[in-house]
Design a binder for this molecule. Structure first.
Ligand SMILES: Cc1cc2nc3c(=O)[nH]c(=O)nc-3n(C[C@H](O)[C@H](O)[C@H](O)COP(=O)(O)OP(=O)(O)OC[C@H]3O[C@@H](n4cnc5c(N)ncnc54)[C@H](O)[C@@H]3O)c2cc1C
Length: 473
């Protein structure tokens, strides 16, 4: 059976991968000339990579880890020590660590929290620990219920001092959804904490050993095409054409610069694996009154900026992700240490996530870099003074005005199932309903769930598998 999928991000590629596994023929249409969507990356004029986002893989990503295994590329994940490392704004240039010992969960997480005395007092740790008990015991139902409250409201309700937010959760909520704890749904933080505390290696982090389009997306494309599927770049879906009964008749694609080179693609089933903000723009008028589509108005991508700074010297020797705890920045890492392909023994390349970015997304790259450099002077107080100070060699700024959906309270109910109400139309994407929220794991799982749904529904007609090759050139 032929399935056309719009979007070659992780969700679209995962959907195609699991469709070929079941003997179907996926035809993936990607709008841009680069694979990966929000994990896309490019090479600059010197051959150095720059990326849409600094991406971390967690031990609590079962579907992603399974995918690496199935692609036989597990050795591309560079696992770091089981720790979380925070900058200490009160003592510039110093760090506070949560180190998880090699013992079963949740004892390893509890030990990590109890042995950190820089950030939280004993009273704060006890109150916070007690607050988490219902989340750990009552599972998903409790987590879903908490979607009515922001994280700050949840902390207040559990009598947990505001200082806990300032010390730990401003940094964590910015890392998870690029917004602060007053805005973020408590479901997001509780879901992450639940995974981190209940799974021994849940919070263990890995960096990919190079740029995601080459090191992760390309192996997916090879896997798909070697088994009869197709992936076409520069092929944006422009229009979903309908039959009289509102089912999909075809996808019309056309390069962004020309309507004349229009092509019409037909298939047995159709998938949107586009970001929610762009999918909303092409929903056919006939579908607009259907609840599953109209409620998507409640999901809006959050702005974020990813910054790359190349320096003439080494700034740090820490081989890990760092939580900056800066008002402008979220997490950062020295990629010249953490990522094999970006390795440089003598000079640092910092990749930093700038969030919340609402007030900055329309500012110039130079303004953004200047503000970031001011923050870095606090994080590295000895490196940017004196005769031998560290110099910025070059920079790249990648702005994403609409990235993952902004996970504010009440959002969960707007997230659609992969099974749309239209008989031959399906959805994949990190915003669709799955328990891993807006993440790489969520995207991969959504694609897998989408493929499973299609496979189940069409298995009855599997004798009619169409082996017609795609008409796209
Ligand atoms: C700065 C940043 C940091 C992040 N850090 C992490 C992290 O550390 N860990 C983590 O797990 N997640 C992280 N994420 C989130 C993660 O990147 C996303 O959740 C995930 O990649 C989304 O995948 P997707 O396939 O659902 O969507 P997308 O990646 O958005 O893919 C959609 C694809 O559809 C294509 N498309 C759009 N319009 C059309 C059209 N008309 N026709 C055809 N194709 C179209 C797009 O070009 C794109 O390739 C981060 C994201 C950002 C932006």
């Amino acid at each position: 059976m032929r399935v056309v999928i719009a979007g070659a991000g992780l969700a679209g590629l995962s959907c195609a991968k699991y469709l070929v596994d079941n003997g179907h023929i996926p035809i993936v249409l990607e709008a841009r000339d680069v694979l990966g969507g929000k994990v896309a990356a490019w090479k600059d004029e010197d051959g150095d990579w720059y990326e849409t986002g600094l991406h971390i893989f967690f031990g609590a990503y079962p579907n992603m880890l399974q995918l690496f295994k199935e692609l036989d590329i597990e050795d591309r994940l560079q696992w770091k020590s089981h720790s979380m490392i925070f900058n200490q704004p009160s003592e510039p240039g110093t760090y506070s660590r949560f180190d998880f010992p090699d013992i079963p969960a949740p004892a390893n997480g509890v030990t990590a929290i109890l042995s950190n005395n820089d950030m939280l007092s004993w009273n704060e740790k006890i109150l916070f620990g007690l607050g988490l008990v219902p989340a750990m015991l009552r599972g998903q139902k409790y987590l879903d219920k908490c979607d009515s409250k922001s994280w700050t409201e949840w902390l207040k309700e559990h009598n947990i001092p505001e200082r806990v937010n300032d010390e730990v959760f401003i940094a964590m909520s910015k890392a998870l959804n690029f917004i602060g704890p007053d805005e973020i749904s408590s479901t997001v933080l509780l879901t992450a904490l639940n995974r981190f505390l209940q799974e021994k290696n849940g919070s263990k982090m890995a960096f990919l050993d190079g740029a995601p389009p080459e090191r992760l997306c390309q192996p997916m494309v090879d896997y798909i095409t070697e088994r009869g599927g197709e992936v076409h770049m520069n092929s944006p879906l422009r229009k979903i054409d309908l039959n009289e009964d509102s089912t999909v008749k075809s996808f019309t694609i056309a390069p962004l610069d020309s309507d004349e080179k229009k092509k019409v693609i037909t298939a047995d089933a159709y998938v949107s694996a586009m970001p929610v903000d762009l999918f909303k723009l092409i929903i056919p008028d006939q579908w607009k009154g259907i609840n599953a589509f109209s409620k998507l108005d409640g999901l809006i991508g959050v702005p974020v900026i990813n910054i790359h700074l190349w320096f003439d010297k080494k700034l740090t020797d820490i081989d890990h992700l760092l939580f900056s705890r800066s008002p402008l920045l979220s997490v950062y890492a020295d990629m010249s240490i953490t990522c094999k392909e970006y390795e440089d023994p003598n000079r640092s390349m910092l990749e930093l996530v700038f969030a919340p970015a609402k007030e900055w997304i329309n500012r110039s790259d130079q303004d953004i870099v200047d503000a970031t450099m001011e923050e870095l002077k606090k994080l590295f107080p000895t490196h940017f003074i004196g005769d031998d100070k560290t110099k910025l060699r070059k920079y790249k700024v990648v702005k994403t005005p609409r990235s993952v959906y902004k996970a504010v309270p009440g959002c969960q109910e707007f997230r659609p199932s992969q099974r749309s109400p239209i008989k031959n139309f399906f959805l994949a994407g990190d915003y669709t309903m799955q328990k891993y929220l807006a993440s790489m794991e969520g995207a991969v799982l959504s694609g897998k769930l989408c493929a499973e749904t299609i496979n189940k529904e069409y298995s009855k007609t599997s004798n009619n598998v169409s082996r017609e090759t795609s008409k796209i050139n």
